[in-house]
Design a protein around this ligand. Structure first.
Ligand code: AMP
Length: 231
């Protein structure tokens, strides 16, 4: 069964960085709806250009558009063994749509990890955050002295929606629309929380351990079933 991970967390909680590192370690695609939209704007895709003004204000793009983007992405074969979703779902309605997509796929259930960071840390982190103007990836935390991307050499810039005013709007949107998701998922046996107010390496270690622990019953159930078949 696939390892289908959803990373939850406020803007600036580090979910993008952690999703990227985790996906690379496990050889899974990281699917970031924010990256898809930003790339779409660069490529002048109509859907993304329509969404741009909403993104620039720090508001949420409509559910229908976002669900269509994710539905289309999750049918690609590179997701067969699983994926790491970053920035989706962001509303309860998107989460319900994702459940339906996962059910249709029949390639394993969701594992949800919520990275929790106090609000005052989020504002500070977002003010410092930079992304690469060429490949769109987040600069590694701690790269404050660097001016170019370590991966592709592109210039590191602030994200347009990381200005103080837009950051406050994004945190408001998160509290109103996205935090209810935590309640939506919290009763599931595959829901976990992580303390994101720690050094990134430590968070990465805990993420690995959490996912290993959360997938053990499934793994042992699968090997038990295989043994039964082999008997
Ligand atoms: P992110 O990089 O995840 O912070 O996303 C940047 C912006 O893209 C957000 O502020 C929204 O405007 C838009 N966006 C990304 N993912 C979603 C989503 N799942 N639902 C609605 N809007 C989204």
């Amino acid at each position: 069964m696939g390892l289908n991970v959803v990373m939850l967390g406020a803007p600036g909680a580090g979910k993008g960085t952690q999703a990227e590192r985790f996906a690379r370690r496990r050889g899974l695609p990281k699917i970031s709806t924010g990256d898809i939209l930003r790339q779409g704007v660069q490529d002048r895709m109509p859907v993304a250009l329509l969404a741009k003004a909403t993104m620039d204000r720090g508001e949420l793009v409509d559910d229908e558009t976002m669900v269509a983007i994710v539905r289309e992405r999750l049918v690609r074969p590179d997701t067969d063994l699983g994926f790491v979703l970053d920035g989706f779902p962001r509303t309860v309605s998107q989460a319900r749509a994702l459940d339906a997509i996962i059910e249709e796929r029949g390639k394993g259930s969701l594992l949800i990890v919520d990275i929790v960071v106090p609000d005052e840390d989020l504002v500070r982190r977002l003010a410092m955050r930079r992304i690469c103007s060429k490949c769109g990836k987040n600069a590694e935390p701690g790269d404050n002295a660097e001016t170019t991307c370590q991966r592709c050499g592109g210039a590191l810039v602030h994200r347009a929606d990381d200005s103080e005013e837009v950051v406050l709007e994004r945190l408001r949107v998160y509290a109103n629309a996205t935090r209810p998701l935590v309640e939506f998922y919290s009763e599931r046996p595959t829901f976990r929380t992580l303390n994101g107010a720690q050094p990134p390496d430590r968070v990465a270690q805990e993420l690995d351990a959490t996912i290993n622990e959360a997938t053990v019953p499934e793994a042992s159930a699968a090997s038990e079933a295989q043994r039964a078949v082999g008997r």
